[in-house]
Design a protein around this ligand. Structure first.
Ligand SMILES: *Cc1c(COP(=O)(O)O)cnc(C)c1O
Length: 374
């Protein structure tokens, strides 16, 4: 018996049909399915603009870059972010040579609004908020802080595909929301991401920057009549960040099942809650109005490293999300500034969470965790 942390599930036949359509039509690049997927994502989330990129990392980079351009931020300016995240989140800030100021996490392991407020300086320009594991944490309070201090808000929603808050997809208040469709995220493709800017002009610029700064994509050029369709202008030093139709085709299929799949993840989480309820094991809660995508099911234990090894011995392969980013050399400036995140990062464990698991798997994992956890 072996239960892995993550295991993506694909609707193989339906995905192959989408890919076949791309191959037969001879259109595998940007345009065609990428446009279809962007429209489907907008309709699903209610975000007015959605641009499909090759990864959330690319999307987060553009988010910081474009807001820096738009608001004339300088290299000395600061963005408040969390140390408990995948490094893409914070690298996006460093790509643009701005300063990462870490704030601590709260009981949901998301940024703690009280500590954010303590870390705001005259140089603070934005908050980079991560909905870890699919939770919203205290997102509403963070939105209020952004309004109070006139800060931009970037929502790293890499774990949040399908998460709802008070019945709605959150993020409408943010300047930009970025999703990931990486192979082991909630809506897996192989790689992909979506950048959802709130403002139209930001979305328009984003579409140029993801294709090297060229001002028209190939698809619309083939639509235009006449012999000048090869002509385009280059307005910016952009990047090669856009997504392609093969990935978008997979996304179109996966999106149809996202709500069903997330509901099953919440079922697995409920079974974990029940299985661990009688023990003293600390499980990371989800706020009451949040219907989480349940990308992760996290617990905190004192003997994390020992427990990981013990579970591996019995065929269970949990993970750790994440190592406190200030432990990395690139972010060592922030050491000591976020004691709660630091302590949690030594105790955190993500239990297996994927669609091929059964109730019996969860029961077995709970038994083993209770046996070996301290
Ligand atoms: C996975 C992840 C990313 C990066 O996503 P990619 O699509 O792989 O670039 C960014 N932020 C968080 C919190 C993530 O977990």
């Amino acid at each position: 018996m072996s239960i892995q942390l993550f295991m993506p599930t694909f609707q193989v036949e339906e995905c192959l049909n989408e890919i076949r359509e791309c191959l037969e039509s001879g259109w595998t690049g940007i345009g065609y399915k990428t446009i279809e997927f962007e429209k489907a994502w907008s309709a699903y989330t209610g975000h007015p603009y959605a641009h499909f990129v090759h990864s959330a990392t690319a999307g987060l980079h553009l988010a910081v870059k474009q807001l820096k351009m738009k608001y004339n931020w300088t290299d000395e300016d600061e963005i408040i972010s969390t140390p408990l995240t995948f490094i893409s989140t914070n690298h996006a800030i460093l790509y643009e040579k701005m300063k990462v100021v870490f704030a601590d996490v709260d009981e949901y392991l998301c940024l703690d609004p009280a500590d954010i407020e303590r870390k705001i300086t005259p140089r603070t320009k934005a908050i980079m908020y991560v909905g870890i594991g699919g939770s919203v944490g205290k997102y509403e309070e963070v939105v209020a802080l952004c309004q109070k201090y006139d800060l931009a808000l970037i929502l790293d929603a890499a774990h949040m595909a399908g998460t709802r808050f008070k019945g709605e997809i959150p993020g409408k208040e943010a300047d930009v929301v970025v999703y990931s469709f990486h192979a082991v995220k909630n809506l897996p493709m192989a790689d992909g991401g979506m950048v959802c800017f709130r403002d139209k002009e930001d979305d328009e610029l984003c579409r140029k920057l993801t294709w090297l700064g060229i001002n028209k994509d190939t698809f619309s050029r083939t639509d235009t009549k006449g012999s000048y369709k090869w002509k385009y202008d280059v307005e910016h030093v952009g990047f090669k960040y856009h997504g392609n139709s093969i990935m978008a085709g997979i996304g179109l299929v996966q999106l149809k099942y996202l709500d069903r799949d997330n509901a099953y993840r919440r079922q697995l989480a409920n079974w974990y809650d029940e299985g661990l309820a009688a023990s003293k094991i600390h499980t990371v809660d989800i706020p009451s109005n949040c219907e989480s995508s349940r990308h992760l099911y996290m617990i905190l234990v004192n003997n994390r490293d020992e427990l990981l090894l013990a579970l591996n011995q019995v065929g269970i392969y949990p993970g750790v999300h994440y190592q406190d980013n200030t432990a990395y050399r690139m972010y060592s400036d922030g050491r000591g500034t976020c004691p709660n995140a630091h302590r949690c990062s030594e105790q955190l464990m993500s239990l297996p969470m994927h669609l091929q698991m059964t109730k019996a798997d969860v029961t077995y994992i709970c038994e083993q965790v209770i046996t070996y956890a301290k």
